[in-house]
Ligand binder design. Sequence first.
Ligand code: MLC
Ligand code: AMP
Length: 503
Amino acid sequence: MAADHAFWEFPAMFDTLFPALHAHGDRPALRVLGRTLTFTELARACAHHAHRLDASGVAPGDRIAVWTQPTLETAVALVAHAAAGLVSVPIDPKLGPRELGHILADAAPVLAVAGDPGSLHAPSSLRTLQVTIDVSEPEVPLAPRPITDVPVLVLYTSGTTGAPKGALLTGHNIAFDLDALAEAWAWSDADTIVHALPLFHVHGLVLGLFGAMRRGSTLRWLPRFSEVELAAAVGAEPSAVLFAVPTMIHRLCEAASREATIAADLSTARLLVSGSAPLSQREHRRIEALTGHRVVERYGLTETLINCSTRVDGDRRAGSVGPPLRGVELRLVDDDRAPLDACDDTTFGEVAVRGPHVFAGYLDRPEATAAVLDAEGWFYTGDLATRSPDGSIRIVGRRATDLIKCGGFKVGAGEVEAALLEHPAVREAAVIGVPHDDLGESIVAFVVVAPDAARPTPLALEEHVAGLLSPHKRPRQVHLVGALPRNAMGKVQKTSLRDSLDP
Ligand code: MLC
Ligand code: AMP
């Protein structure tokens, strides 16, 4: 697409993704590991970064791989790209070669950016640019750009089979969803968002980073999770809003029994928000007893951003993810995708959603997109839920047992099985998720060793998966078995495997 002017020069007078960037305020925008940028400084840093990309030949619509290293530079690059209409492909810096190779081949970025390009494990054929933060006044300031239906993010997400797919999220998806969340949570520029989530998924990136920048809130990002530091960051801010996955809430509760400051710090928050996986009723009760806060729980997916949330002014019931957000249409459907009218909190169906928050499809995968998004714009989530008479939704399970949510990360059983099968000593492999107090679900592998191979240790197989994919996809338990249970068709009986673990 030929541009008749540089991508950082556009007139104003429209809604733009991050209005606070153009208001030139001296309020803090980003605080990362003791470094702070005000909105004015961030706008300048974004302009310089965008200008350097322009000078290196990057054009609107080009995809840029962003190595999400744990530094301020990562946050600046991601904001700059979205503000300048460039497409970021966030990369987990801990990805192993199999997954990294797949994502780079699939997304075909024109360039990779990183605060520390020296530690990039990218192929030498991929051009790299070091992100530097320059807060001097630029010759051409960052100009506001209208929000469009063009993708600004490609986020890789696992499915039941095959390698992860790139979900295309547009400026409109993001702005609509963030504005609906702001309404549900009374989220304003007086808030400081505090989180310790990675910047390569929806939760940390879209809600945490882009959400704060859209609202004009400060973001305090802790690139590594630590119970004491996260709680202290909440305690240090006058109107803190904490975003966490259930594993983090669980660990905060556990640590609070050893460290008295944690509960005291968390109790000063304006809002504690949990999502990306179900928060158990037990953790809801524990955190409330410790801090006096009822957690706000919200439910979403990479492909749809957030669909439902309990409201700050509503009933924050444990186990409920609240009603659909403003502007989100939600249906429960049966196995034939026919709508179910039930509002009895008992009948369950698959959650389908429609609205401006639903993604633009998977990159270059029309069949995979058509499998989840119908011609009328309904997106089928694969999650099973009930609906209460007041319209609030309770997630009760998932259609696909081959999807595992571990620590808030989605992992496809098939990806882990494929990685295990690459080990020379593995003849067969089956992977399941089992309930786990800390991780929600834990990845458990069953492996049949090849006849002539030396018997590998479970740890060696765990390390093997962590090395090829990413550490969070590694099995936390590996059982070496003589054979996998199969039915008459030869299909592995995962229920039997699950039952075999019961005491
Ligand atoms: C461990 N490590 C290894 C390893 N084992 N490295 C190499 N090889 C091995 N075998 C390293 C890890 O890299 C990490 O390093 C450290 O050891 C701990 O790893 P871990 O045990 O895997 O992490 P854990 O402690 O379990 O992490 C818990 C967690 C994490 C909660 C911090 O699961 C997390 O960040 N979850 C957030 C997931 C998330 O953002 N989901 C949002 C999806 S969006 P190091 O260097 O890190 O210490 C979505 C939509 C929505 O779902 O609704 O939001
Ligand atoms: P991801 O593809 O990583 O974005 O994961 C999306 C999935 O996370 C959803 O399909 C749900 O299964 C799960 N999820 C997210 N938030 C919640 C929640 N609050 N309660 C239950 N499940 C959730």
